[in-house]
Ligand binder design. Structure first.
Ligand code: H79
Length: 442
């Protein structure tokens, strides 16, 4: 008898724990979906050289910098114009609702004052903990802040033979007896990041494939035990809270169990039609404004504001988030080409944000004129290319009760016959980026 009740007790306790874990997950994902649009920041001593973060020592050749010179960059890193508040305020003005900052990139340099390596910010001429300043400013402004933490670490002697060129062994050497020391180092640093900088919105890993060597479940457990509300992405092995197509938008809606390639578009099993909510796989696209993650004065291939706004809309229309990168200069400035675009996005979001934040994928996908998002009984039609006479959509089964254009809050005339909805464009003020019509339905 005592035996049975013991077993029941244990079962109840376990169910309780499982339910608590599920509740945390639901809450994390709710916050993630409310936020929708974030600022990614790649910043470190590499910003001095107008190259790319870490890749110059991984795939050398085209960057015009040797590994030896790359390793001296911390001696020249002195961002005297860095002002954490200005970055946070810019993110706010852009309508971004979270920030993700490179605490450690693949090169192993730490922009926070870790106890466990000398390759860090407090050993540069600048000398102060940058993550601490950003965390303080973010907290003061009510901006959620996440940390990017690279599992690959080209500077750690447990990760690889550091006497060899990084280009020969940057994928790590997990078969060496020193490897577990590297995993312990990761744990120590994650503990620092999760206990010294306040609430962490997301731990954004970037494992570069072959991630089973990190035995990621250990780090998931660690993060969950310290900050259960911190989101975890999919790049340390386990799928975590969300998947992360890089530099591209998936062609359909990710479902649980579908393959969403990280860098190569090897997506499989995406939905062209909306999945049931419980089958949806949360995701986030991370993307640069030009072509480089780090500051690079030679990279002038900027996406236009319209392209960026439409990328955000496309992501939202498939249920995803959009994490848009800036690479600040060596002085600590976010360059004007980025700032202009971000402020213009913020202006568009100030009018149309209700069609983005907290929405989910729309019931109609692949629309000829644009995209659709949804929130409760309201459907948002984002018109990219305004037709000359009327906007017509077919396939809508819900009964539309009223339509308004979000820019100006003007009522829009419409006719609905069967599954066909017709909206004459006369009276709608077109927005060159995207005009949003909110359809109230019954
Ligand atoms: O941190 C950023 C990148 O360093 C990292 N993830 C984002 C968030 C990343 N992981 N994998 N990749 C980027 C893809 C690598 C593409 C490459 Fe290349 C093609 C490496 C070398 C050639 C892109 C172009 C990077 C350097 C040149």
């Amino acid at each position: 008898m005592r035996h049975i009740s013991g077993a029941i007790c244990l079962a109840l306790a376990l169910t309780g724990l499982l339910q608590a874990a599920d509740l945390y997950k639901a809450e994390r994902l709710k916050r993630f979906n409310e936020a929708k649009f974030g600022m990614f920041i790649h910043w470190g001593p590499y910003s001095v050289a107008s190259v790319e973060a870490s890749w110059p020592i991984m795939r050398p050749g085209k960057w015009g910098i040797s590994e030896a010179e790359y390793r001296t960059l911390p001696q020249r890193f002195n961002p005297v114009r860095f002002n954490a508040k200005e970055w946070v305020r810019l993110a706010k003005a852009a309508g971004q609702r979270y920030m993700v900052f490179t605490a450690k990139h693949h090169d192993g340099f730490c922009i926070f004052d870790t106890q466990y390596t000398d390759y860090k910010i407090t050993n540069t001429p600048y000398g102060k903990d940058i993550l601490a300043q950003l965390a303080e400013a973010a907290k003061a402004e009510g901006m959620p802040l996440g940390v990017y933490y690279s599992p690959p670490d080209l500077n750690h002697p447990g990760y690889r033979h550091t006497s060899k060129p990084s280009s020969t062994n940057w994928e790590g050497e997990p078969q060496r007896p020193e490897w577990p020391l590297y995993l312990d180092y990761m744990e120590l640093q994650l503990r620092e990041l999760l206990t010294r900088y306040g609430d962490v919105f997301v731990v954004w890993f970037d494992g570069l494939g072959n991630e089973q060597k990190y035995a990621g479940a250990r780090f998931h457990d660690l993060i969950r035990s310290i900050q259960p509300m911190a989101l975890i992405n999919n790049r340390i092995g386990p799928i975590g809270d969300f998947v992360t197509p890089e530099q591209r938008l998936p062609a359909g809606i990710p479902r649980k169990g579908s393959v969403v390639g990280t860098i190569e578009p090897d997506d499989k099993g995406l939905s062209a039609t909306p999945p049931r909510p419980e089958d949806f796989q949360p995701w986030e696209t991370n993307m640069t404004i030009n072509q480089t993650w780090a500051y690079n004065k030679n990279d002038l291939r900027y996406k236009s504001t319209t392209q960026l706004i439409r990328a955000l809309i496309d992501a939202a229309s498939k249920g995803g988030n959009f994490l848009l990168n800036v690479g600040p200069t060596a002085e600590g400035i976010i360059q004007p080409e980025f700032e202009e675009r971000l402020r213009a996005m913020g202006k568009w979001l100030a009018l149309n944000g209700e069609a983005i934040y907290g929405t989910t994928y729309g019931p109609l996908q692949g629309l000829p004129y644009g995209r659709m998002t949804a929130k409760g009984k309201t459907l948002y039609l984002h018109v990219f290319d305004m037709p000359p006479d009327s906007i017509e959509i077919t396939g809508l089964h819900a009964k539309v009760t009223s339509i308004r254009a979000l820019n100006g809050n003007i009522a829009v005339k419409f006719r609905q016959i069967g599954d066909k909805l017709v909206m004459p464009v006369a009276g709608i003020q077109p927005d060159p980026h995207a005009t949003v019509l909110a359809l109230s339905t019954r």
